[in-house]
Design a protein around this ligand. Structure first.
Ligand code: SF4
Length: 610
């Protein structure tokens, strides 16, 4: 159905010519899901934009063909291509909130697609739109068709996007990270929906994602991309059972889960090379744990390594002697400490109430209880995970403890830190408490001030919370911090934009550590990061915890991360605790229906065969 042959995409950038895709070849048959996987910047989304001919202004297709049922899409005049886009080929994007037109009713957006690509008009098109809303599982479709997007939840918006995409009755669907912005339960519903519609309509689906667990449950075939090239293609079951490329193996070992608890995750040293380089050899060579002497100077080609299984690696086509390389694994650590003595943090009946804007002509104030009577304890040296869907109150609870909501919300209850109630502290006592309780945020791009050098970012907290230190002592502390988080010392003089996402998260961790805290609230610290970078950060957090006895309040929606890192877990829903206890007990034998549903919705990856 779809044949991409020798596709080459180039972008003009300040640094020079970027070869975003260097010779892609793939074939997709009707009724099949083909997953294109890889970490950020590997070229997978650029491939989707190229086949839709929606490249950014600085981009162009330098060579290759993209044939849909034999017709070369790259050779079509733009007027014909407009009929293909949204007609024979539909696309759903990652972020439903920004993909829908906010000032147009959802029904009108579906009707627009129906009228543009089918013969239906007026009432018949509206009836078909209602039918589509029902099929994608929107309740009360006759009423919801006249809603504006802001009235719908994230999952419902993504369902509307799918309805718009499918309303034109396409043969082929490009789904670019369709569930990345959604909770696991909504993700499971959306993936089921795509699977059902695919079976019903024999749709071909190109699924683009970085989530290997989603791929294992959805795809028939997998292509793994690295630095603009496909480096392994195989039937999905074969790929997950017998990954061949060293990068594929390392990626699968870098995924956190219960089986790897207590072990360091496989860390892939270094970063993806910039694509303006001229490559003389394998693009993965600087990071590869199996590299051989000739890998730096010989270009590997895709070779057959089994039925429909191709790999781009010289280990198979031109084996040689392995270079002596240190395996990039983190330190082995002593077992976690048991709970001893009084808890470091004892949260009792925490409530966080926000005032809502009253509607026009409405007297009095309305309130919303984001956290509604939550109690838990956390001991030194241990990790407590707060889990639940978006909006359940887990982040609000963490922010309340770090005193970030004093001005915006009414916080009540107690947060006893070493016996002192954080919510009652004032003056110097509050300053001291702030020093002991720090936070790391989700987005390492938004959480660092772009106008401050790394040294200033780190020193700011020291000046405010450790006034007893002189300039020389502060300088010493900064050098220790960059060593601790694995950055080079010259990082101190650089700006945040010069660092990758993982490096920025290391800077954020160093900033939290600067004032020698005893408790760190980690608010989704790895959810914006790629799998290999996530592994580095989780290894680092574990090491720091064992060395310094830090306690972590770990807020996340990623159950794999919880299984890997947490000692205890609190499951939240609508501001309240549904279930709490020891991590392995709650996750293996959940008692509450909500926890069971949450865990059942998590996509699972079977471990590869040895
Ligand atoms: Fe590693 Fe060499 Fe294979 Fe590249 S070609 S992945 S460097 S073994």
């Amino acid at each position: 159905m779809l044949e991409i042959d020798d596709l080459q995409v180039e972008l003009d950038a300040d640094a020079g010519l970027v070869r975003a895709i260097a010779g892609m070849r793939l074939t997709l048959t009707r009724g099949e899901t083909f997953a294109l996987v890889g970490e950020s910047g590997c070229g997978k989304s650029m491939a989707a934009l190229a086949l839709m001919r929606l490249l950014p202004e600085n981009g162009r297709i330098a060579a290759g063909t993209v044939r849909l049922d034999g017709e070369d899409l790259l050779a079509l005049p733009e007027s014909r291509m407009r009929d293909v886009r949204g007609g024979r080929v539909a696309m759903i994007f990652q972020e439903p909130a920004t993909s829908l037109n906010p000032v147009m009713r959802v029904g009108d957006q579906i009707v627009e697609a129906i009228e543009a690509h089918t013969g239906l008009r007026g009432k018949a098109a509206r009836a078909r739109a209602i039918d589509w809303l029902a099929r994608v599982g929107i309740p009360e479709p006759e009423r919801r068709i006249d809603d504006y997007p802001f009235r719908l939840s994230g999952g419902q918006k993504q369902r509307v996007m799918i309805a718009i995409a499918l309303a034109a009755e396409p043969d082929f669907l490009v789904a670019d990270e369709p569930t990345t912005a959604l909770d696991v339960t909504i993700q499971a519903q959306i993936l089921d929906l795509i699977r059902d519609l695919q079976r019903e309509r024999q749709l071909g689906v190109l699924l683009i994602t970085h989530d290997l667990a989603v791929v294992s449950g959805m795809a028939h075939h997998v292509a793994l991309m690295y630095a603009g090239q496909i480096i392994e293609v195989a039937p999905a079951a074969e790929f997950f059972a017998h990954p061949r490329h060293p990068y594929a193996r390392l990626l699968l070992q870098a995924l956190p889960d219960a089986a790897r608890r207590g072990e360091p995750l496989a860390a892939i040293a270094g970063t993806v090379p910039p694509l303006w380089l001229d490559f003389a050899g394998c693009r993965f060579w600087p990071r590869c744990d199996k590299a051989m002497g000739h890998c730096a100077s010989t270009l590997p080609r895709l070779t057959e390594e089994g039925p429909k299984h191709q790999v781009r690696c010289l280990l198979y086509s031109q084996p040689g002697e392995a270079l002596p390389r240190e395996p990039a694994t983190a330190k082995r650590l002593p077992p976690r400490p048991a709970e001893q003595g009084a808890p470091l943090l004892d949260v009792r009946d925490l409530r966080v109430r926000f005032a809502l804007k009253a509607p026009l002509f409405h007297r009095g104030t309305r309130h919303f209880d984001a956290v509604d009577g939550v109690s838990y304890t956390l001991h030194a040296g241990r990790t407590l995970a707060l889990v639940g869907e978006s909006g359940c109150g887990k982040t609000t609870s963490g922010k309340a403890i770090v005193q970030l909501l004093r001005r915006q919300a009414q916080v009540s209850g107690q947060a006893l830190f070493d016996g002192q109630d954080l919510f009652r502290l004032q003056g110097q006592a509050l300053v001291q408490a702030r020093r002991h309780v720090q936070i790391i945020f989700q987005d390492p791009f938004a959480s660092l001030n772009p106008r401050m050098r790394v040294a200033d970012v780190l020193e700011e907290g020291l000046i405010a919370l450790r006034p007893e230190l002189d300039a020389g002592q502060r300088r010493e502390r900064l050098l220790t911090l960059v060593d601790q988080v694995g950055l080079r010392r010259d990082a101190l003089q650089r700006w945040p934009h010069e660092f990758s996402g993982g490096q920025r998260q290391r800077i954020a961790i160093a900033r939290a550590l600067a004032v020698e805290p005893r408790l760190i609230v980690c608010d989704e610290p790895t959810s914006a990061l790629d799998v290999s970078v996530q592994a580095q950060i989780l290894n680092l957090l574990r090491e720091l915890q064992r060395e310094q006895g830090l306690a972590y309040l770990f807020i996340t929606h990623n159950i794999g991360v919880v299984e890997y890192i947490a000692d205890d877990v609190v499951v939240m829903r609508a501001g309240r605790i549904v279930e709490q206890g020891n991590c392995s007990t709650v996750l293996r034998q959940p008692r509450e229906g909500f926890t069971q549903a949450l865990l059942a919705a998590v996509p699972r990856l079977l471990p590869p065969s040895p």
